[in-house]
Structure formats: C-alpha cells, structure tokens
Design a protein around this ligand. Structure first.
Ligand SMILES: Cc1cc2nc3c(=O)[nH]c(=O)nc-3n(C[C@H](O)[C@H](O)[C@H](O)COP(=O)(O)OP(=O)(O)OC[C@H]3O[C@@H](n4cnc5c(N)ncnc54)[C@H](O)[C@@H]3O)c2cc1C
Length: 390
C-alpha cells in the first residue's frame, strides 16, 4: 500500500481544513458540549447547514443521487478532519440510512426519501435493538402486519437514541412470523408523529439521553417498507457497516490527546515540570505511536474499499483498535491529570478543556456501538483467519 496521499486527496483535505477554519470556533465547541445529545443548538445547525449547502451531506453518495461520489479515502479524510476539529458530525441519516435506501429501495422510494434527507427536512432514529434483541438482532419481536394498504406495527424498541428529536424511525420489524428468524425481518420507515408512537427517556452514564420506543397499533403506508420483505436483517447489517465507517476514526480521541499533551507542558507536580517525568513521557509517547497506528489502519480500510474489496475483518480491527485506544487515552489522561481530570469544562481551572472525565465516560460506548467488540473479534477470527464460526 502507498500511504502517501495523492495530489487530489491532499487538495481535498486542504479544502476541508479551510472550511473548518472558517466555520468552527470556540463558541460552537461550547454549545456542542453543553447540549450533549439534547438536540442541536443554533451554531451546530448553522454548521451542518453550511456543510449541506456545499453538498457535503452527500459527499459519499453516488453522483446519480445528487452526491459528490467521493472515494472512501476522501470520506476518511473528511471524518478525520471534522472529528479532530471537534465539529458536529454528519447525521447517520445521511451516512447510514440514505446509502442503504440507495442500494435497496425501489426507484419510487429513492425519489420519495433521498431528496428529503439531502435537504435536511427529515432525520431518523435507528430502531434495531429491543429488550431481548441486541447482538442477536434476529430475535427481535416488534411485528408489523398488513391490513389493506397499511402496516400495523406493535412492539417495543430499546436504546432508540435519537427518537425524541427525529422526525422518522428506521425500524427493523418482523413481517414474516413463520420464516426462519433471520429471514422474517423487514426494514420500515415510521413517522414519529404517527398515532400510537411514544417515547420514554433513558439517561446513561456519559450524561447522554437514549430512549425506549413503544409502538401501539401504529399504522404506516404499505410503501414505507423499504426494499424486499424478509430481507431486513441483511439491510440492517448493511446500514451498520456504513455506520462503522465513522466509528473507526481516531479523530475525536486524537483531539483530546493533543489537549492532554498541552496540559502536561504547562503542569508541574512537586515542584518539577510534569513533562520531565519519565513515566508521563513514556505513556504519552506510547499513545502517540498507537494513534498513528490507528490512523494507518483506518486509512487502509478506506483504501481496501476503494480497491473494491469488502474489508469486513479489517474494519472490525479498526473499530476494536480505535474504541479500545480511546479508553486507554482517557484512562491515561485521568491518571496524569489526577483530580483535575475530573473537572468539567465549565470549571475555570479545568485542564485539557475539562473533557478528560467526559472521554472516560463516553469511551466504553464505542466498544459496543455499531456491534460489540466481542463480536468484532469473532468476525476477525472467521472472516480474517478462516477459523470456525463456533
Ligand atoms: C447509550 C446507548 C445507545 C444506543 N443507541 C442505539 C440506537 O440508536 N439504536 C439501536 O438500535 N441500538 C442502540 N443501542 C444498542 C446497542 O447497539 C446494543 O446495546 C448492542 O448491540 C449490544 O446489545 P445488548 O445491549 O442487547 O447486549 P447483548 O447482546 O445482550 O450482549 C451482552 C454482552 O454479551 C456479549 N455477546 C453477546 N452475544 C455474543 C456472541 N455471540 N459472542 C460473543 N459475545 C457475545 C456482547 O458482546 C456483550 O458484551 C444503544 C445502546 C446504548 C447503551
């Protein structure tokens, strides 16, 4: 593999960097921190609108659907730059749901949903998990039955993270109760304002909100079942593969690592500059090497994609490595900063932007978001090394 970027890739990265320099400032960072995932503030909306106006919501979409048709390496560069800058990331509606609809939807469905996604007039929550169906998604029980020209949906979804803000839900439902469990699921779009839809908040450790979603005789038009009946399990896997592309980026953790290094340069402990402490130097050097390795693994996955490979094992490696490295950065950061590492950004004396405690709380989520690391290790075993599945 040639790790050097081509002139056009370098020009693209410069374009992204100058966009960021023009549109990202401290006020946007503060607003994003304060909001958590409780909706987007005016600055985040303005930033995402500016991205959309440039056509960057569809940067990875094929040109025939109004996208820019950028390569996987160019997407990787974009994600890396946006995350490193701490700017709001493109919604999963544009990066996971839309590319799936493009591949599986009928022409009519593409015409109906893609332009609305591209203009930002609709936004999806992702409704895969249920109380008894997480990793084993094929066990899901929410069911949809056809009644005339409408589906009637009943059941409960769990961890439906954006449900309290989204206009629609991208829902996995059982439509073929007599088929083998992997073949009885379909993907369906459910408007959040349909009668019978209700949302209950669940607050989790990093201070984020997710939700339980209840569906009680919810009626949706027949045409809202996307793609083929009974193929939903495979469509959900496809959408999750798109989702994993951004989870495998080290940009966010790299930004916090840089703040940690700046804090270490300023700090003294017991009258001695912390930067002279061999233990601190060794830890930081080791993390820097690992961050560079994580970037190379991410870039390699993108390069394999551009070559036409399906790098399932390599993308699982990237996901595991990035999520566990993020935890190591947070652990080390909290250890080096000591009690100060527990201060929040609003505290005037907080070092490393007061985000080390937040990184420590959010990092475990990366280890199961988009598929748990245990399962990713299994994928590496059987797809990467040809080991038996069981
Ligand atoms: C904050 C938060 C936000 C989320 N947001 C969403 C969302 O928006 N939409 C959505 O659909 N879901 C969402 N999820 C759900 C998330 O994807 C699931 O939690 C995840 O898939 C794991 O499922 P589970 O919690 O049922 O755990 P389980 O599947 O019960 O797994 C428990 C443990 O057992 C291990 N395990 C299970 N099966 C195997 C196996 N075959 N081999 C080896 N190990 C195994 C797992 O790795 C894990 O460590 C969210 C979860 C949280 C906590």
């Amino acid at each position: 593999m040639d790790y050097d970027l081509s002139p056009s890739e370098r020009a693209w990265r410069e374009e992204v960097r100058s966009f960021i320099a023009e549109h990202v400032d401290e006020a946007l960072g503060r607003e994003t921190r304060e909001k958590g995932n409780e909706g987007r503030g005016p600055r985040a909306r303005k930033f995402l609108d500016a991205l959309r106006d440039r056509g960057w919501w569809g940067l990875a979409w094929p040109k025939e659907y109004g996208g820019l048709g950028k390569s996987a390496v160019e997407q990787w560069l974009f994600i890396d730059e946006i995350e490193t800058a701490g700017a709001p990331m493109l919604p999963l509606t544009a990066t996971s749901v839309a590319p799936t609809i493009m591949r599986i939807g009928s022409e009519e469905q593409k015409r109906e949903w893609l332009p609305r996604i591209q203009t930002g007039s609709i936004d999806f929550a992702l409704g895969y998990s249920e109380p008894e169906a997480g990793t084993d998604l094929a066990s899901l029980r929410t069911r949809a039955e056809l009644d005339g020209d409408e589906w009637v949906v009943n059941g409960q979804k769990m961890w439906n993270t954006m449900a309290h803000m989204a206009t629609h839900n991208w829902l996995a439902v059982r439509t073929e109760p007599d088929a083998p469990k992997h073949k009885g699921i379909s993907m369906m779009i459910v408007p959040m304002d349909a009668p019978g839809v209700s949302v209950q908040p669940i607050w989790v450790w990093p201070g984020l909100r997710t939700n339980a979603l209840f569906l009680d005789n919810v009626r949706v038009p027949r045409s809202y079942l996307i793609g083929e009946r009974g193929m939903g399990f495979y469509y959900a896997a496809m959408a999750l593969n798109f989702e994993r592309l951004s989870i495998g980026s080290i940009g966010m953790a790299r930004r916090h690592f840089r703040s940690l290094v700046s804090a270490v340069k300023q700090l003294s402990r017991d009258g001695r500059p912390l930067r002279e402490d061999p233990w601190v130097r060794e830890r930081l050097a080791r993390l820097q090497v690992e961050i560079d390795a994580a970037r190379m693994i991410g870039l390699q996955v993108a390069w394999l994609l551009d070559k036409g490979d399906v790098p399932a094992a390599a993308s699982s490696m990237a996901k595991i490595y990035v999520s566990e490295l993020t935890q190591r950065i947070a652990d080390t950061g909290c250890e080096i900063l000591g009690l100060n590492g527990q201060l929040h950004a609003e505290e005037p004396t907080a070092l490393a932007d007061g985000r080390m405690q937040w990184l420590y709380r959010i990092a475990p989520m990366l280890a199961f978001g988009g598929g748990t690391n245990e399962v990713q290790r299994d994928i590496i075993g059987f797809l990467g090394y040809g080991l038996p599945r069981k």
